[in-house]
Ligand binder design. Structure first.
Ligand SMILES: [Ca+2]
Length: 358
């Protein structure tokens, strides 16, 4: 009997200890789980919880219960910490148009409660319609698959594409013939070109290489790595460069190492405009032609908004071809005359134009 009692006591004690240890373990486990496994927060859009698109500048009010000790809001990676409030207008955190990934985390004790949402911020302006007025028309080599174009000091500089055919040229405007022309590597497809600090930058489509030349001698100074997937258009904005990649996204970069300084998505008042290609920047306005469309967009680089659309279909028709690849692509600007030059891939003409309201 005595032994039996002893065994019973011992068993009970071990069980209780084991049970307590299990409880502690479970509690610790639970706390860790609470801290690491996100719980769904109750962060909701105030007026219409399912609303997906907002006009730039419109209030984007999010509200939540008073459960949390603190709240952190991320909009496209931009962070704001909040204490003692239970609502925020996100529009104050969003400067530009585009798709915005929102993550809101509420903290209570060791627990975090997360709500994620994606919204679109569309342009607040209706684009003004323009068309080109032709001042002059010049010969353009119909073999040139134009991918980049800029004006400098009386000449048009042109970069062309296609594997095995890509060139960089300095062209006489009146004859369209090259003063200088050089080929790039046969396995590379040339894309946009721009002038920065006395040097020409020529990007390539998928080779992830950038060639840099002296604008006066055409000597290739160096080739650097291109840190993005695709190169389409490039132009200079004061002390920075801006890139298109065939999507609605434009990337502002450091000219020294091509590292990203900013990126935004171009939206009109309906949504994103994809396939942005050749670029030109003039006095606060970025001009971008849209691949396979006969239009040039005017974009406010501070907001991402499309402020104007230039319909170049009359010019496209004059250069029509059976080849669907031969589309509008090439915008250059002469600051002395305020005239633009526009052409296209394998177009027979280079146009000197001004843009006027339709
Ligand atoms: Ca250009």
């Amino acid at each position: 009997m005595r032994l039996k009692n002893l065994l019973f006591v011992a068993f009970t004690t071990i069980s209780v200890v084991a049970c307590n240890q299990t409880n502690i373990k479970n509690t610790v486990k639970q706390n860790k789980a609470n801290a690491s496994v996100n719980q769904v927060g109750d962060f909701l859009l105030k007026d219409d919880i399912n609303k997906k698109a907002f006009v730039r500048g419109e209030e984007i009010a999010i509200q939540w219960s008073e459960l949390y000790d603190s709240v952190t809001v991320f909009t496209n990676g931009r962070r704001k910490d909040l204490v003692g409030v239970n609502s925020i207008d996100l529009s104050s955190l969003i400067e530009k148009t585009g798709r915005v990934s929102i993550r809101i985390t509420g903290w209570k004790d060791s627990k975090q409660f997360i709500t994620r949402k994606t919204i679109d911020v569309v342009s607040s302006v209706k684009p003004v319609k323009y068309k080109p007025k032709v001042i002059n028309k010049y010969w353009h080599n119909p073999n040139s698959f134009t991918q980049g174009l800029f004006y400098n000091d009386g000449f048009l500089f042109e970069g062309t594409g296609q594997f095995g055919e890509s060139k960089l040229m300095k062209n006489d405007i009146k004859t369209g013939k090259p003063i200088y022309a050089l080929d790039i590597e046969k396995d590379q497809f040339g894309e946009g070109i721009t002038l920065y600090d006395g040097k020409i930058y020529q990007i390539t489509w998928i080779s992830r290489k950038v060639h840099i030349y002296d604008v006066n001698t055409f000597e290739r100074l160096r080739t650097i790595d291109y840190p993005y997937q695709q190169g389409w258009g490039i132009t200079t904005i004061n002390d920075k460069l801006i890139l298109s990649d065939g999507t609605a996204t434009l990337t502002i970069i450091d000219p020294v190492d091509f590292s990203q300084l900013d990126a935004f998505q171009v939206f009109d008042n309906n949504g994103p405009i994809d396939s942005l290609n050749e670029l030109e920047y003039v006095d606060g306005v970025l001009y971008a032609n849209v691949w396979q469309k006969s239009i040039i967009l005017m974009i406010d680089i501070n907001t991402g908004e499309v402020t104007g659309v230039i319909d170049c279909s009359d010019l496209s028709v004059q250069n029509n071809s059976d080849n669907v690849d031969n589309v509008l692509n090439g915008i250059a600007y002469n600051s002395k005359t305020n005239h633009f030059y526009i052409t296209g891939k394998r177009w027979e003409n280079m146009y000197e134009v001004v843009f006027e309201k339709k």
